[in-house]
Structure formats: C-alpha cells, structure tokens
Ligand binder design. Structure first.
Ligand SMILES: [Zn+2]
Ligand SMILES: [Zn+2]
Length: 136
C-alpha cells in the first residue's frame, strides 16, 4: 500500500501538536484518545475533539504514530512508532505495559503454511494481574 509521507514540517499545526504529544509521552506510555485530547486542550484551548480524532487517524495512516488495540481494553491507545513489542494488559485495573516480545518468524511461517495467507504481521497480547493489583 502506498503511503503518502508528508515531511514533518508540512503537517497542519494541530496535527503537529498531536504528533508531539504522542512523541513526547514516550514509548511504553499508552495514551487514549481522551488523554491526547486533554493534553492538546491544555496547550491549545478550544481545540475540538474531532480535530484531535482526525489528527490521530491521519498520523496513524502516515505511519507516524502507532495505534494499539488491545483485546478487552475500553479504547484504542496511541504510542510513538518504535521497536516491535507485545503488550500485557492487567485484567483488574486495565493498565497496559510493553513487553519485549515479537512473534518468532517460524510462527508466522506456520500460520502462512496453514492458511495460505501471506502474513504481514501478528500481534500478541498477554493478560494477567499487574504487580500493584497483585499486592492488594
Ligand atoms: Zn492492575
Ligand atoms: Zn506499546
């Protein structure tokens, strides 16, 4: 699929702001749409929810941010584009953390062999109880 890449400098100002918010939150922080909106509104009062939403969609299409959809989570979250990793979600409090795991290529190959698909990617999400929930 051909992706139009805009040079960063030519992003609309509001999109630039949204990109910076996701980028500066850093890898491993998973911001929801509401988190991004709250930060955007702090810096640019009056910015619309739908502007932030469209910005996130556009930035994801451009491959400039990652959208993480974790099964069982209430909403999608956003993070900077970074090294491949998997996610672990706490079933008690809903927190999502990064874990340094990628599917071995032999797994992708066996899925391809079994289904006849050409596999582009596979996401793994682990679920369990985080350290602070386990301490309760
Ligand atoms: Zn927890
Ligand atoms: Zn992540």
């Amino acid at each position: 699929m051909a992706v139009t890449t805009l040079p960063e400098g030519s992003l609309p100002k509001n999109y630039r702001l949204i990109y910076d918010i996701v980028q500066t939150s850093g890898l491993g922080r998973h911001l929801t749409m509401s988190d991004v909106f709250a930060r955007a509104a702090e810096q640019r009062p009056g910015i619309g929810y739908s502007t932030v939403y469209r910005g996130l969609v556009r930035l994801r299409q451009l491959g400039m941010i990652s959208e993480i959809v974790v099964p069982g989570a209430d909403s999608a979250t956003y993070e900077p584009v970074g090294p491949n990793h998997a996610h672990v979600r706490c079933v008690a409090c809903g927190s999502i953390e990064d874990v340094g795991y990628t599917l071995p290529s032999r797994v992708l190959k066996s899925v391809a062999d079994e289904t006849g698909f050409a596999i582009d990617s596979g996401d793994v999400t682990f679920a369990g109880r985080c350290a602070s929930c386990r301490a309760e």
